[in-house]
Design a protein around this ligand. Structure first.
Ligand code: GLC
Length: 560
């Protein structure tokens, strides 16, 4: 077995350096607004109640038709569409180089890439390197015998004397992370379902094979990857027990949180792996980008930024999802993030995804608008989860209809993810125009009010607000390339900052409270965008103490 830290970078330092220098300001990621599509729930054209690739192609003009009537996003990230038994809805891959028949085939995929690129929309694929499906031929081989050439591609261990699991590691989706395989009498490790055995990233053949998978999709013309569960990639080489979590409260916390996952994830060798993955992209084409999934605080995020040391990678920033709703907490986090980022590091902000309760459910519609304004006015890459632009909310699913394995295995802790994965609302027709048959998850009951067709006609809708923000951003040099300057608002309920470049100076003010607030900030300029008053761009603002209405956010262009 080769030690991970000995992996050689795949490109020379000089080449990477030259690429960094020429690329870092013009790279597409610097102007990107990424829209996450959960393909099962976007648009069904085949009449099976499940979304498909053809449906995504049909709706590309909604995402960006080159005019400000469309949403204006510049990249889409697709949750997994590979061949899969769908035990974890595609995160259990049985062939990394095939499209699952539920979604279409490789021809439809190629057509999607062509059509998206025609509209200047980049394609980001989900890359799932930590585990395969137990139905993947590699695992089928691996489990045959202790001496099978693919045995070491997965993590196999003998039982403890007495027959129990090799150590106390837990699966995120409930129970032990080890399953006994009767064929050879050994346990295999799985960070998630037992149907998702973890690959052994200490094995060079595995690393080479996964590099080849990335190359395969890059050659097909994709523009980047969202890398799944990176923090799980490397486990302790001595398989030490994870220590108990002293803050665990079994009445409140799901069982997975009973341990601190010091040895089952996030080991130091991860940095070398992350570096290798980024370099594969850089070597292929400097016009690609990778974003890694890990729920981390700032110190660990910064380590992952440094691991790659190039401008083509960022760890996801999920912190705005979990921060308490108050101006001071947001200011503290964002100021610190901005201070810590290196010159080549590109920030990003996510407000929701397929694993977390929806934005408008967590915050309510008013606050969701404020959060969106923040997301599009801060520096970096905004990630928008499909339907959040309509103000879609979680749909409660009766216990006997839950489809998510996490929700089924760990009931009672609100971890089920069906509520945020329900079908997109296109119009007021039956099933919200998503499908002509019964959809795989129920459509929200408010779809007749909240849908694309309806909201496109209403200038005060959430959709019109998103369009406005995205188009302001796309056309504003300060929002796209300006630096972030923290401001003291003089009011604990108001978060304010500036975005500046030589051509333009903008000030952003967000009132986190439901009452009127007065700041100590003087503003002399023109209103650019506002959460509460609909489109009123152009109005003059001249005040020595900016006042904000309840839950009001505004962007103003300052007189130079
Ligand atoms: C990531 C995905 C999640 C999936 C898990 C296992 O966290 O976002 O949806 O279930 O990995 O692959």
């Amino acid at each position: 077995m080769q030690c991970v830290s000995q992996i050689e970078p795949r490109v020379t330092w000089l080449r990477m350096h030259l690429m960094k220098e020429s690329n870092k300001h013009t790279h597409w990621s610097r102007k990107a607004v990424v829209y996450q599509i959960y393909p099962r729930s976007f648009k069904d054209t085949e009449g099976d109640g499940i979304g498909d690739l053809k449906g995504i192609i049909d709706k590309l003009d909604y995402l960006n038709d080159g005019t400000d009537a469309s949403l204006g996003v510049t990249a889409i990230w697709l949750n997994p569409i590979y061949k899969s038994p769908m035990k974890d809805f595609g995160y259990d891959i049985a062939d990394y180089r095939e499209i699952d028949l539920i979604f279409g085939n490789m021809d439809t995929f190629d057509q999607l890439v062509t059509e998206a690129h025609k509209r200047d929309i980049k394609i980001i694929m989900d890359f799932v390197p930590n585990h395969t499906s137990s139905e993947h031929p590699w695992f089928q081989e691996s489990r045959k015998s202790n001496t099978n050439p693919k045995r070491d591609w997965y993590i196999w261990k003998d039982p403890k004397p007495g027959g129990s699991a090799p150590n106390n590691w837990l699966s995120v989706f409930g129970g032990s992370a080890w399953t006994l395989d009767k064929v050879t009498g050994q346990y295999y490790m799985h960070s998630f379902l037992s149907d998702q055995p973890d690959l052994n990233w200490r094995n060079k053949e595995v690393r080479d094979e996964m590099a080849d998978v990335l190359e395969f999709w890059l050659k097909k013309g994709v523009d980047g990857f969202r890398t799944d569960a990176v923090y799980h990639l490397i486990k302790d080489d001595q398989f030490r027990d994870d220590p108990p979590n002293p803050n665990y409260d079994s009445s409140r916390d799901e069982p997975y949180n009973a341990l601190l996952h010091l040895y089952s994830q996030g080991r130091p060798e991860l940095i070398g792996i992350a570096n290798t993955l980024c370099n594969i992209l850089g070597e292929h084409n400097a016009d690609t980008f990778m974003v890694s999934e890990a729920y981390l605080g700032l110190p660990q995020m910064m380590e992952l930024y440094k691991a790659c040391g190039n401008s083509l990678h960022a760890p996801f920033n999920f912190n705005l999802i979990s921060l308490p709703w108050n101006a001071a907490a947001f200011k503290k986090f964002i100021d610190e993030y901005e201070t810590k980022l290196g010159e080549n590091d590109w920030p990003n902000y996510t407000l929701g995804n397929h694993d977390r309760s929806r934005l408008a459910t967590r915050l309510g519609q008013n606050r969701a608008r404020l959060a969106a304004m923040l997301q599009f006015t801060l520096r970096g890459m905004p990630f928008v989860y499909y339907g959040d632009e309509l103000g879609m909310e979680d749909v409660s699913i009766p216990a006997d209809s839950i489809t998510d394995p996490w929700g089924n295995n760990v009931p009672g802790f609100g971890v089920g993810r069906d509520p945020e994965r329900t079908p997109m609302h296109w119009d007021a027709s039956p099933n919200a125009g998503f499908t002509s048959v019964v959809p795989w998850l129920p459509v929200a009951s408010d779809y007749k009010k909240k849908n694309v067709e309806q909201e496109s006609r209403d200038p005060n809708s959430m959709l019109s607000f998103y369009k406005e923000l995205i188009h302001y951003r796309t056309n504003s040099p300060a929002l796209l390339t300006g630096f972030y300057k923290p401001l003291e608002s003089g009011n604990e309920n108001v978060f304010m900052f500036m975005r500046e470049c030589p051509a333009e100076k903008l000030i952003v003010g967000i009132n986190f409270s439901n009452s009127e607030q007065t700041t100590s900030v003087s503003v002399n300029g023109t209103l650019f965008c506002n959460t509460r008053r609909g489109k009123r761009g152009g109005e003059k603002i001249q005040t020595t103490q900016l006042k904000l209405n309840p839950y009001e956010g505004l962007v103003a262009k300052l007189n130079q």
